[in-house]
Design a protein around this ligand. Structure first.
Ligand code: GDP
Length: 325
């Protein structure tokens, strides 16, 4: 079993590769829920949605979020009614939010609701929210504290960031199965996700950091930072606000307590050489995922470093095991 800690965009791209090179049934995902929001009264969990969509073959790879081929008629109609429209939910995407919200209103936990939806969409991997409790990523800016989606989507991450906190984390518990999935994994992979606002909230849930210290498998992280800049998004700004340099050294520092291998891009080979002097194992490879082949190659490389026994002998594609609606 492989356990993957993930956010939404970079995480989904990496998971898209992983599902090509190993059976989805052997993957457990622990997914960030710090970005969750109530939108038009519906409970939206952006990172769980992206991971569920990629695993069910529904993700729009062009956008990197939402359902491929979706339409936005409801969004348009809500705009006509004077409702906010900055968070773009497609019409098919709304079905996910409606069903999850109903399941939660009926008393199901987020974990249970996620399992019901996964099952209905034919997802074979196990998708676990990091916690059933509400943990909210809050970004402090000169105009006040914003939720992550307000900072990122509504305001295009233009505001200077003073600090980031995870409200509710200290009282949260990991969702059932999370600690076991990490502790008993053959390997733990930290997706190329934002270390502060995607992996940070997961690590802030009491017990998860400890599980990573004690897992029997090796822990590898793929750097979302290439050549001292994030591949996309505000990771650099947020890392600096968190006291971490925007570099592979900053990524290594964020995970230093439990990291066995850092996988970084060949463009960072000089920085990798410096980092190796600290005793960390650093592997350079092509980490920019544009095509399905790039994603599969990166996933294969990550597996070969931490779980060679799980590495497929040939180019076997396991993608067909997943239902493609
Ligand atoms: P979010 O929840 O949407 O913020 O998604 P993630 O945290 O999972 O992903 C965002 C991170 O993915 C950003 O910091 C990007 O730098 C990183 N990222 C996106 N595409 C790639 C890629 O092709 N390669 C690598 N190495 N990182 C990527």
């Amino acid at each position: 079993m492989i356990c993957v800690l993930s956010g939404g965009t970079g995480g989904a791209k990496f998971v898209d590769g992983l599902r090509q090179v190993m059976p989805a049934e052997e993957i457990t995902l622990v997914v960030n829920t710090g970005d969750d929001l109530l939108w038009w009264g519906l409970y939206v969990s952006p990172d769980i949605d992206s991971i569920t969509y990629v695993l069910s073959g529904m993700l729009s790879r062009e956008r990197g979020w939402g359902v491929k081929g979706d339409t936005f008629l409801c969004l348009q109609a809500m705009g006509q009614l004077g409702e906010p429209t900055w968070f773009h939910t497609g019409d098919r995407d709304l079905a996910m939010h409606l069903l999850r919200s109903r399941l939660l209103a009926e008393g199901k936990t987020l974990l249970e609701a996620t399992a019901v939806i996964s099952q209905k969409l034919g997802v074979k991997a196990r998708v676990l929210p990091m916690s059933n409790s509400r943990v909210e990523t809050r970004v402090d800016t000169p105009i006040g504290e914003l939720s992550f989606e307000e900072y990122f989507v509504q305001r295009w991450y233009q505001d200077p960031v003073k600090s980031v906190r995870f409200a509710g984390a200290s009282d949260a518990e990991p969702a059932p199965g999370v600690i076991d999935a990490i502790t008993n994994a053959d390997a733990v992979l930290i997706a190329p996700s934002n270390p502060v606002t995607s992996i940070g909230p997961i690590l802030a849930v009491p017990g998860i950091h400890d599980a990573l210290l004690h897992t029997r498998g090796k822990v590898a992280a793929i750097s979302p930072i290439v050549g001292n800049a994030p591949v996309a998004g505000p990771a650099g700004i947020l890392m600096e606000a968190h006291g971490l340099p925007c570099s592979i050294a900053g990524v290594a520092h964020a995970y230093e307590d439990f990291l066995d291998v850092l996988i970084c891009d060949t463009r960072d080979s000089r920085a990798a050489e410096v980092l190796r002097q600290t005793g960390l194992r650093v592997q350079c490879t092509q980490t920019i995922m544009r095509s399905a082949e790039d994603k599969a190659a990166l996933a294969r490389e990550a597996l070969s470093l931490v779980a060679p026994s799980l590495e497929p002998a040939s180019d076997t594609s396991f993608r067909r095991l997943d239902r493609q609606p």
